[in-house]
Design a binder for this molecule. Sequence first.
Ligand SMILES: Nc1ncnc2c1ncn2[C@@H]1O[C@H](COP(=O)(O)OP(=O)(O)O)[C@@H](O)[C@H]1O
Ligand SMILES: O=C(O)[C@@H](O)C(=O)COP(=O)(O)O
Length: 424
Amino acid sequence: MTLALGCIADDYTGASDLANTLTRAGLRTVQTIGIPADDLALPEVDAVVVSLKSRSIEAGLAVSRSRAAEKWLRGRGASHVLFKICSTFDSTDAGNIGPVMDALRADCGEANVLVTPAFPETGRTVYQGNLFVGAVPLNESPLKDHPLNPMRDSNLVRVLARQSKTQIGLVDLATVTRGVEAVRERLAELAGEGIGAAIIDAVFDRDLETIGRVAAEHRLSVGASGIGLGLARALVSTGKVKSAVASSEAGAAVGGPAACLAGSCSQATLKQIASAEKIMPVLHLDPDRILTGADEAQRALDWARPRLAEGPVLIASSSTPDQVAALQARHGRDAAGHAIEQTMADIAEGLVKAGVRRLVVAGGETSGAVVDRLRIPGFLVGVEIAAGVPVLRAVGVEGDMLLALKSGNFGGPEFFSDALGLMR
Ligand SMILES: Nc1ncnc2c1ncn2[C@@H]1O[C@H](COP(=O)(O)OP(=O)(O)O)[C@@H](O)[C@H]1O
Ligand SMILES: O=C(O)[C@@H](O)C(=O)COP(=O)(O)O
């Protein structure tokens, strides 16, 4: 297999979002969990998205895991590697976007890396280096209250400069609008000033197409699904990849019980849980009990098992920003996040043992904990449920299983019923 594009995603929902975008743009794509084992049977593909759970871990570990993934991808012919980050640039001043970018840049000898989290389809746009989430700057959006990476500065040139050893420049929208040659010239200018990476503005998909064409001439780029779209379109339009029609195999029905798990505390997920209450039984976990050692997973499984034969159930740990802040004040941010993720993984494991073959998970870190526990090595990409969220068919596991891994922020209010409607 010779890859036209190699991708490293810093979380599992982000990886399925990117795999979805690449598939829809005509690239045959698989999502792997970590670097695939040699004996994992993968179909012939144009792109591999290696999913890491590296967004919120210690920066040194994120660097070493990302470098190993890059080495694997380059070893399979990928001349370009996209480091997939969140469209809301989720990170702290300690990293991990800057340190990983610096390391990958050094490994591949790239003079200048284009960086953009723009993904207009989901309302993420970048102007003068400032990230907007819908109509508001990042620091005024619900991301200011994210449980793990509260985003309080919308100026990404500043944010990335705090994380990276590289000097960070800007390629503004006026330059992008002038086209591919103007962007190339601006990059050469920045390289001449010793600037190794640049935030590049993008508001519309046509901006991403310009960016994709220039990025494809380089060895490395950093961004969300939008730049993935630009790269995929560039690979297809230059004939490097023959555009493929998405296969229907990935979405074939599996039947059996279905369940949903929500660990995201985003506003979008809170609304989706409220809507789900109208159509399925919902159990709200008690996060304090989880942190004080009570067996909430057992309570949840005892609640769910007798209900599964009747239809889908939803189990949620999600709370409002005030409740999250209070819990973190009592137990610490990382301890709270980790304990709740592990409880979600325990519940997922118990549900699958009870026969669940269709599982919807809301939240990136939560999805990472669940997929790791279920030891799923990879996914084929099926139909799109909502922008950035496809149906996934597990590969390398016994029996058929469909999952949807939803970024906390993605999907409309009826997401859970929309997902279950497409996961037959
Ligand atoms: N009630 C809660 N209080 C505090 N933290 C929580 C609560 N519920 C879930 N969490 C944690 O918040 C984090 C949510 O992150 P994630 O799953 O990535 O969601 P998102 O996709 O919205 O970023 C996880 O670490 C999760 O364990
Ligand atoms: O780019 C995005 O917004 C998503 O693909 C993504 O990375 C989501 O992360 P979570 O919100 O943590 O699920």
